[in-house]
Design a protein around this ligand. Structure first.
Ligand code: PXP
Length: 398
């Protein structure tokens, strides 16, 4: 365990999230080239930090953070530390909280700054030595905090919700309820970053009225899934969704069965992409985790690919799932290297989404059935929030 965390103050008063603090500390260790070193972090109150400040720095006042490098010599390089222990960082939660209010930061952001500052001290940086040392330390601090901002934004995998399944229930009765347009609004209010609809040629679930109404009401992002056929292309151009996703469509299928075979119809797909691009509509292609298909998607001009997670989700046992997971991990990396932006979806549920959401190569997940199925019992708002919770925890666990 690289980070040992101890909270010795009243943790009810402050919004502590030990998992998040440890993740942050481990991330800092990694960024500083010290991933295989341990560090001990201690949260105390003002009374305790004042005592330490008197004892070690002869200053009779509380302070925000104190660092105690292991070994005698604080002025050292990593290589000269004999044991793989950097030392202790002591943070006053009282002062951190006061400062967060004073500087208009969240408590967690203040902790992030203090932890970074304390960690750099453990690594031999010292702003009190000279102005040159101070500059070196503050430059490094700024770099780490900027990287952290970027990392945290990037890490937050987004959730787009496919509301076709609501339309499927409605169509079973052939009446007007439940309305997928209302479902989309509830998903957005619960925190979804986008809504996905598939207007099939056979109009099995979504109807034209649904997608045009959603174009008016959706506040986040409308992702229009479609087969590459003439009628639907015309509708997409009228609709002007925020993005389209090209999928294979087969009359007999219960749901989309696999990625589009881009290799065998690259020219046709490239033409559709060109048309959409001329109309400022970015294109994603639903794609199996296969490097040839990814390369073809790039050649055809796609901006995004959505990796098909159906085989991973349907895997018969752990071994098969592990195999499918590895294919997805490597496909997402290949896609990123090709300059494609990566989404993923199909068959994801409350059990199997975590490992996919933890991949920093994947920006967004498209999930439908599992959320709508749970919503029958818990309500849609709750079902969306529970999935978001899984996704956010996974992203923070890296
Ligand atoms: N992505 C695509 C391309 C799909 O066709 C579907 C299913 O409509 C999904 C994601 C969502 O899959 P599920 O409903 O299994 O979550």
């Amino acid at each position: 365990m690289p980070t040992d965390l101890s909270i010795q103050c009243n943790s009810d008063v402050f919004p502590f999230n030990p998992g998040r603090i440890k993740t942050l500390s481990n991330w800092l260790l990694k960024q500083c080239g010290a991933a295989d070193y341990t560090v001990s972090i201690l949260f105390v109150d003002d009374k305790k930090i004042r005592r330490l400040n008197v004892q070690y720095r002869n200053k009779n006042q509380p302070t925000n953070v104190l660092s105690f490098p292991s070994g005698e010599d604080a002025d050292r390089s990593l290589l000269s530390i004999p044991v793989r222990e950097l030392g202790d960082i002591v943070i006053s939660a009282d002062t951190a909280y006061r400062e967060s209010i004073e500087y208009g930061q969240s408590f967690y952001d203040r902790i992030a700054w203090l932890l970074t500052h304390g960690m750099l001290h453990l690594l031999g940086y010292d702003h009190e030595k000279s102005s040159e040392h101070a500059k070196k330390m503050f430059d490094k601090e700024k770099l780490l905090l900027t990287r952290l901002q970027f990392y945290r934004k990037k890490m937050m995998t987004k959730l787009a919700i496919n509301v076709d399944h609501v339309a499927t229930i409605r169509q079973a009765r052939g009446i007007s309820e439940p309305d997928p347009v209302s479902a989309a609004a509830i998903c957005e209010l619960a925190g979804a970053s986008g809504i996905v609809v598939h207007l099939r040629e056979d109009r099995r679930h979504m109807q034209d009225r649904d997608v045009f109404l959603m174009r008016e009401t959706i506040k986040t992002k409308l992702n229009f899934e479609m087969g590459a056929n003439k009628e639907i292309i015309k509708i997409a151009l009228d609709l002007k969704p925020d993005i389209i996703t090209l999928v294979p469509e087969n009359r007999q299928e219960l749901t989309t069965e696999g990625g589009l075979d881009i290799v065998s119809q690259k020219k046709k797909i490239a033409k559709v992409i060109e048309k959409m691009t001329r109309n400022n509509i970015p294109v994603s292609i639903f794609c199996d985790p296969d490097s040839k298909q990814l390369k073809a998607a790039k050649d055809a001009g796609a901006t995004f690919v959505e990796l098909h997670t159906g085989t991973y989700s349907d895997a018969a046992d752990e071994k098969a799932r592990e195999h499918e997971y590895r294919l997805l991990v490597s496909a997402a990396e290949i896609a990123c290297q090709l300059g494609l932006r990566v989404y993923a979806g199909h068959g994801l549920d409350y059990q199997n989404t975590g490992p996919i959401a933890a991949l920093d190569t994947i920006e967004e997940l498209s999930i439908g059935h599992a959320i709508i199925a749970r919503a029958v019992f818990t309500g849609l708002d709750q079902a969306v929030r529970e999935m978001l919770d899984i996704i956010n925890r996974a992203a923070l666990s890296i």
